[in-house]
Design a protein around this ligand. Structure first.
Ligand code: GDP
Ligand code: IMO
Ligand code: MG
Length: 423
């Protein structure tokens, strides 16, 4: 078994990018399997801070090959901007970055449709990143999409025109009108398509089949988080892809029996950006302190992230759905300075007390049931070994391990690559 999986267990932004970067030295291939530029994966090392949207988080390592899988949706304009932003690092993209021919393209009109759909929903909007994710996956499952491999064919522009016209007609059906000038959008789009054509566009599943035969070690990198999964997330306030473990099979062409470790990443508290239910959300000074200390602003949109206590009901659900074998806890340092730390262990709902996510979580009032643990004052950010942790933080970790029944193998105490403690 050659493939390990890394994914977020909450509502995204758990710190996936940081941990993929930390783990990359142990892998030959890092492969993104779903999502698109709605993702923002932050890496910090040697005084650099870098946010990746489409490109896998192993790109800064000298050897690993980074693959953008078939399950990803690519906006060529954002992709080329990412490439440009990486120019100071002299990365050999020809040898280190592969793009699946089966990945779908986000067209300028997909973004317009995203905006129109959101505007038409008013207060009920999803809070999408407006990157065109939903409409692009809709065209994929509707069998109308344009794939990266299509741009190698001479008549691809005809296909583009047909789909774009369809989108323009659809836009007219929305009451809310979106202002745009198609020419202004198409100019950078076609320029970026021409640039994308020069990258290594591959039959990615075939590449991975060969790699597995050769015994290469592969790490599949997820985007978003399990509670944003199209099936198992807090529907309809979700993204449009399978963010859970199964998404790695369909998004890369990896067989389930080839998956070994499933690394589940979670924050020591909880955050959510965009709309949708968030049972443990805090609207008080405690939430504000988490947001301030944790610098909780979206890596892609800059929007303030909503903050709250950790939700073990939701976390246990994510662990079960994904078959998590190892946990990684991020941002423990942000919780320093609270007298008590609260942990949600059940929900009080209209149907009574529940210890799993109700079907209609988005449409009813849920009151979290908390247990309280002692807090700690010490700053964790300079600590390098788990035995330096204050007793209360150690207790927090062992409490979580007992309830979640999975070992926490990595504890992250700051954004830098070096602020990572293995247990
Ligand atoms: P991703 O989307 O899962 O890769 O996560 P993001 O990059 O969107 O958000 C995580 C944020 O937390 C980034 O700004 C990281 O630099 C930062 N971060 C990651 N781990 C830690 C940590 O242990 N402590 C603190 N304070 N910040 C962290
Ligand atoms: P990473 O990979 C956090 C959220 C959006 C919105 C919902 C749907 O950085 O963890 P979409 O644009 O996908 O149609 O938006 O999903 N969302 C994310 N939240 N982290 C992300 O990615 C997200 N990608 C999408 O805020 O609520
Ligand atoms: Mg992010």
């Amino acid at each position: 078994m050659a493939v390990d999986l890394l994914l977020g267990l909450q509502w995204g932004d758990e710190g996936k990018g940081k941990i993929v970067d930390v783990l990359t030295s142990s892998y030959d291939i890092i492969a993104r399997f779903q999502g698109g530029p709605n993702a923002g994966h932050t890496l910090e090392f040697e005084g650099n801070k870098h946010v990746l949207h489409t490109i896998p988080s192993g790109i800064f390592h000298p050897k690993a090959i980074n693959l953008i899988g078939n399950g990803v949706v690519i906006d060529p304009v954002i992709f080329m901007k990412e490439i440009e932003d990486l120019s100071p690092y002299s990365i050999d993209f020809n040898n280190k970055l592969l793009v699946s021919k089966k990945a779908h393209l986000i067209l300028p009109t997909h973004r317009l449709l995203d905006a129109a759909s959101e505007a038409s929903k008013g207060k009920a909007k999803i809070g999408s990143t407006l990157k065109g994710i939903g409409p692009t996956y809709m065209d994929k499952t509707g069998r109308n999409g344009i794939r990266v491999g299509d741009i190698l064919s001479p008549n691809w522009e005809e296909k583009y025109r047909v789909l774009t016209q369809k989108h323009l007609d659809l836009l007219k059906s929305y009451d809310t009108k979106i202002d745009f000038n198609l020419n202004d959008l198409e100019e950078p789009f076609f320029k970026s398509i021409a640039a994308l054509r020069k990258f290594e566009l591959v039959d990615s599943e075939q590449f991975l089949i060969e790699a597995q035969k050769e015994g290469k070690k592969i790490l599949a990198e997820g985007a978003q988080g399990s509670l944003l999964d199209i099936d198992f997330g807090t529907y309809p306030f979700v993204t449009s892809s399978t963010t859970t473990a199964a998404g790695a099979c369909t998004g890369l062409g990896v067989a389930p029996n080839q998956i070994k470790e499933v690394f589940g990443i979670f924050k020591a508290y909880a955050t959510r950006v965009g709309s949708g239910p968030f049972p443990t959300e805090l609207f008080d000074e405690t939430g504000e302190q988490m947001a301030k200390t944790g610098n909780e602003f979206g890596s892609t949109t800059g929007r303030a992230r909503r903050c709250g206590w950790i939700d073990l009901v939701a976390l246990k659900y994510s662990i079960d759905i994904n078959g998590v074998t190892q946990l990684m806890m991020m941002k423990g340092d942000v919780l320093s300075g609270f007298d008590t730390i609260k942990v949600c262990i059940a929900y009080d709902t209209e149907q009574g007390r529940m210890n799993y996510l109700p079907y209609d979580i988005a449409s009813q009032q849920i009151t979290p049931v908390y247990e309280e643990l002692p807090g700690w004052e010490e700053d964790l950010t300079a600590m390098t070994q788990a035995d330096q942790f204050p007793e209360s933080f150690k207790k927090y970790i062992s409490y979580l391990e007992k309830v979640l029944e999975i070992p926490i193998k990595i504890v992250s105490v700051g954004p830098d690559r070096k602020q990572t403690i293995f247990r």
